[in-house]
Design a protein around this ligand. Structure first.
Ligand SMILES: Cc1cc2nc3c(=O)[nH]c(=O)nc-3n(C[C@H](O)[C@H](O)[C@H](O)COP(=O)(O)O)c2cc1C
Ligand code: SF4
Length: 414
């Protein structure tokens, strides 16, 4: 498989424009200017590319939702918020190959007819921000951004917006509200951003990794991209892996790789010669898997769903046989309770209630009915809120308790 997203990761100074141009950088831009925007959208549809921000929605289809001939110009928002525990792959792109992202932004903007793009970068990502800012400045100086890109009459301005440090600003409508200058509260959908988003304008929100795949698709063609991966999960994926492994890091894999192959051959296997106990395959918000389940799972959208979990953002957290599952869930609930924006009662109250019960179990004050209570609260959170942050705690709660119930019961018994 070609290194679609990581081909410059080990190149000296790849973040600088000269090095990037020396590696065929910005080649796709001349090509798209010879195509109609609709043809670019069709090429991306044919590639099978799905959003890498977590939901896996087909990218070309999303672009197709932007209404044509509206008086309001469409906008592109780039989701670089990356605040999900366990996920750190967009950071690698921004630090090691920022021009790849900018090239992808130009392609997406051209396809949807946007002349303004906003990169919403996680506030804590200071170093990636500086690198990205320098790359954007270089792109302006050399005519890849600005009023008349490569003298082909297309205008695109890119603004980098630093987030204030809230996980919820990664949710697409929260992100839009935050760029508008308000508290990053998610909004009810519909209307979807494609119809009414930033400043009321049609808006496409795409993840960094999604956009970084576009130059390859345009240069090499949709068919070549689609030849990687499985029938429904096409192309490559960046996996960030952390926890009890020998080689934590960011790796590019073809979608459909067996989880165990990835764990052993890329992440160096479980550390300290210990046994595998559990894996969270796609960032902290997806259901946890037991070692037995992990053995049969492929890293793609369908296989993870068949095993009751999700590929999500590809942020894998590995736990060895010594992991304390009660404490792990308590730590997750600390996070989601802290990050709930508080607009919806099931989320605001539910995350806090779950957190309180788990804390008291950890403190040796657990009660007989606590597990049933936790499951009931989680059930009442799913699908009842403005955004899916509530589900992002409810799903782990249900899977941790169902799959590691004895550990929770023992803890309550003391
Ligand atoms: C609570 C929450 C946090 C999210 N955080 C991120 C994030 O940090 N980065 C991201 O790309 N998508 C995040 N998403 C998903 C976005 O709402 C959206 O689906 C995504 O940016 C779309 O881009 P894509 O189609 O390229 O995947 C989050 C969603 C939720 C509900
Ligand atoms: S689900 Fe939670 S985070 Fe999302 S809008 Fe409602 S209260 Fe806010």
């Amino acid at each position: 498989m070609d290194q679609i997203l990581t081909h410059n990761f080990k190149v000296m100074n790849a973040a600088r424009l000269n090095a990037y141009l020396g590696r065929d950088g910005y080649r796709s831009i001349q090509k798209i200017f010879g195509m109609q925007p609709e043809a670019v959208i069709n090429e991306v549809k044919a590639s099978g590319l799905r959003g890498r921000g977590g939901a896996g929605f087909p990218t070309g289809t999303k672009w197709g939702f932007v209404p044509k001939n509206l008086p309001l110009q469409p906008v592109l928002c780039i989701n670089a918020d990356e605040s999900e525990p366990g996920t750190f792959k967009d950071r690698a792109i921004m630090e090691r190959d920022p021009h790849l992202l900018i090239e992808g932004i130009i392609i997406a903007a051209y396809a949807i007819g946007a002349h303004e793009a906003f990169i919403y970068i996680r506030g804590e990502y200071f170093r990636p921000y500086l690198i990205l800012q320098a790359a954007v400045a270089e792109a302006y100086e050399t005519g890849f951004l600005g009023n008349n890109i490569l003298n082909r009459g297309f205008k695109l301005d890119v603004t980098i917006h630093r987030g204030g440090g809230a996980y919820i600003c990664g949710e697409e409508t929260g992100l839009i509200t935050s760029i508008e200058g308000f508290r990053g509260y998610p909004r009810l959908k519909p209307p979807f951003p494609a119809v009414k988003g930033l400043y009321g304008r049609p808006t496409v929100v795409n993840n960094v990794e999604t956009l970084a795949a576009l130059p390859y698709i345009i240069n090499e063609g949709a068919a070549k991209y689609a030849s990687v991966g499985t029938e429904k999960s096409k192309g490559s994926k960046l996996m960030s892996v952390a926890g009890h492994v020998n080689k934590p890091g960011v790796y590019e894999i073809p979608l459909g790789m067996p989880l165990i192959t990835f764990l052993n051959e890329y992440a160096g296997g479980v550390w300290k010669n210990r046994k595998l106990k559990a894996v969270i395959p796609g960032g902290s918000s997806v259901p946890v898997m037991t070692a037995v389940e992990a053995r049969d799972t492929l890293l793609d959208y369908e296989s993870t769903a068949q095993h009751g979990t999700m590929l999500g953002s590809g942020g894998m957290i590995v736990m060895d046989e010594t992991a304390d599952m009660v404490m792990a869930l308590k730590v997750l609930s600390d996070f989601y309770h802290h990050e709930s924006c508080g607009q919806c009662t099931p989320c605001r109250e539910g995350t806090g209630w779950i957190n309180k019960i788990l804390k008291r179990i950890i403190d040796g004050q657990g009660q007989k009915d606590d597990l049933e209570m936790l499951l009931k609260i989680a059930d009442n959170m799913v699908g009842r809120t403005i955004c899916v942050l509530a589900d992002a705690l409810a799903m782990p709660v249900k899977s941790f308790i169902t799959k590691f119930r004895k550990e929770f019961e023992d803890r309550i018994k003391g």
